[in-house]
Design a protein around this ligand. Sequence first.
Ligand SMILES: [Fe+2]
Ligand SMILES: [Fe+2]
Length: 286
Amino acid sequence: MNSSQELLDHLSRNSSPYQDPLTRIRWDALSSEDYWIPEEAISLFGTPEYSALSGEQKRRLSQYEFLYFISGALWLEGLFMERISRISMHSTGRLDRLNYRLHELREEAGHSLMFIEFMRRSGLELPERRFPKPKLATLVGRFAPFESSIFWIAVMIGEEVPDRMNRLIHQRRDQISPTVHDVVSTHMIDEARHMAHARDTLESYLDTLPTWQKAAYRPLMRRVFRQFVHAFYYPTADIYQLAGLPAGPNYRRLAHDNPRRAAFIDTCVDPALQVLRAQGLVLNWR
Ligand SMILES: [Fe+2]
Ligand SMILES: [Fe+2]
């Protein structure tokens, strides 16, 4: 048995016993009196406009930005589930692979159900268009061949980038809602396995990929990465509106121009960029 097969078996073993997130979360603890993400994770944090908000407005914004974040996660998990389901039909030859994929599929379905339940229990009005799907990332995610480095680069980015945000929220336990803390902890534990698998698969592809091909991928992957990061980390204008911020300022523009936000995003995307850089693929999000 080679190391990739051993990893698959190991990850599959660690996926059981399966616990349904819907029954694990302390739903009753969800309160609109709490921050749902820590202040430093709010897109406007650090701007004078943010400082001028009341405590209640800041909390409401943190709640809406969390809703926006899990809306993005729903889109992303939908893509993963679509691809895993499609490939599973053709995975019957290697039972260890099929076994792992079905664990991952079950876990992603559990996360999505958890996000929907969270949205329902939030009691907040959701934006009409919950999340602007980044077009190129959606295309690559849906149609790049499953057995290709392009696809696994996209998967690795899709798993790593939001996970950093989860980690940061998780570390600020004392500042946020216990329900949100449960949601992000549950997500992080499963995602650690998915990321180990994505990294391993990606490395096996990239190790054999000629340098000229990596260079050829770069412009496309750079655009995918940029679009993806922008979609996740810069909420749409209606989020600020629904959060009840004072009319007047263009909050989306303020977030884009906010150096604290840029620094925050750097921290979130750095691990993904490092993995790719180590493989000779240099990307950036700005
Ligand atoms: Fe997930
Ligand atoms: Fe995942």
